[in-house]
Design a protein around this ligand. Structure first.
Ligand SMILES: [Zn+2]
Length: 328
């Protein structure tokens, strides 16, 4: 058993229960406040929407919601604590900044790696600002087709902080690019492979890539269910079932990377889209989609109750405890 830091205080790893490992209560890309043409919401509206969604998830048995919002995408840990308290959902937040092309890079580009490491350690051990709310893990992110020097610096800082504190690391990859490189940088910084989740590995249907990460000891996030614009869910289901059938259920996580409230208008690949377009283009992209549509289909294809228990309960517990998975 280990202590896991949630936004409302520590809990035992054995209490995590069914866990969604990558969802967001709200996200605002850098500068979203400057877009005066975007729809506006009161804090109360955003809060009500978040609490409704968390309570809907509780109806599906979800007990823990991991929101790895980077510090530069509008992370608001007090908001997270408020909705955790009111909904009764356990919420875990992260420290760490986003990838270079979509992050807020001015300050961290100037700070030396060691100081960024110390900032992360402070957020993990003392809390974010003066809130006393501690991050439960480290988020790192890279773009494509290669990892930039800025991202390498942050990956190293994040890895060193996680190694020092003894917490897991969750990564963003752009469409399953550079997962092996991320893994190597984090391992070199002192993080054991079994404390690393290579996120967005469902961005490519490449079974050999998926197996290579699992064989190296890492977890893989098949964590963008519902975003058909990147890859259809049918492909994601095939990738997951191929892993389960090859005996890798102890190496995978399922989630959506959903955004309960998107602040500002969506800007995708440098282009501004009208508000509401995401809901129109990806109507299934929300945090209950797995339970409503994906898991029933996977069960038809042979996913067992025990597979689901391992993926949603045992893997998160092991990831936070730092326990190596037993042999498949
Ligand atoms: Zn995300």
């Amino acid at each position: 058993m280990a202590k896991v830091q949630t936004v409302t205080g520590p809990c035992d790893s054995s209490e995590l229960g069914t866990t969604l490992v990558h969802e967001h209560l709200k996200i605002g890309f850098p500068g979203w406040e400057m877009d005066g043409l975007a729809p506006t919401y009161t804090r109360e509206e955003v809060r009500v929407r978040a609490i409704d969604k968390l309570q809907e998830l509780q109806g599906h048995g979800v007990a823990t919601y991991l929101d790895p919002c980077p510090v530069d995408l509008g992370r608001d840990v007090e908001f997270m604590a408020e909705v955790a308290q009111r909904s009764g959902m356990r919420v875990i937040c992260a420290t760490g900044a986003y990838k270079e092309d979509q992050g807020l890079t001015y300050t961290f580009a100037a700070l030396p790696m060691e100081e960024i490491r110390d900032i992360y350690i402070k957020e993990l051990t003392e809390g974010v600002g003066d809130t006393g709310i501690r991050a439960g893990l480290v988020k790192v992110a890279t773009g494509s087709p290669t990892i930039s020097p800025y991202e390498l610096k942050l990956l190293t800082a994040g890895g060193m902080a996680a190694a020092e504190v003894g917490c897991p690391v969750l990564t963003h990859t752009d469409d399953a690019c550079c997962g092996q490189e991320q893994l190597q940088i984090l391992i070199d910084a002192g993080v054991p492979a079994h404390r690393i989740m290579v996120g967005h590995s469902d961005g490519r249907s490449d079974h050999a890539y998926h197996r290579s990460l699992a064989d190296a000891g890492a977890y893989l996030g098949f964590d963008r269910f519902g975003i058909h614009t990147i890859i259809p869910d049918e492909e994601r289901i095939k990738s997951v079932m191929a892993m389960v059938q090859a005996g890798y259920r102890r190496s995978i996580f399922l989630s959506h990377d959903s955004i309960c409230t998107w602040l500002g208008r969506p800007i995708i690949d440098g282009k501004v889209f009208p508000a509401g377009i995401v809901e129109r283009l990806a109507p299934d992209w929300n945090a209950t989609h797995l339970f409503k549509r994906i898991l029933p289909e996977m069960r038809n294809q042979g996913l067992t109750e025990e597979d689901e228990r391992v993926i949603f309960e045992e893997n998160p517990r092991r990831y936070f405890e730092g326990e190596v998975a037993p042999n498949r």
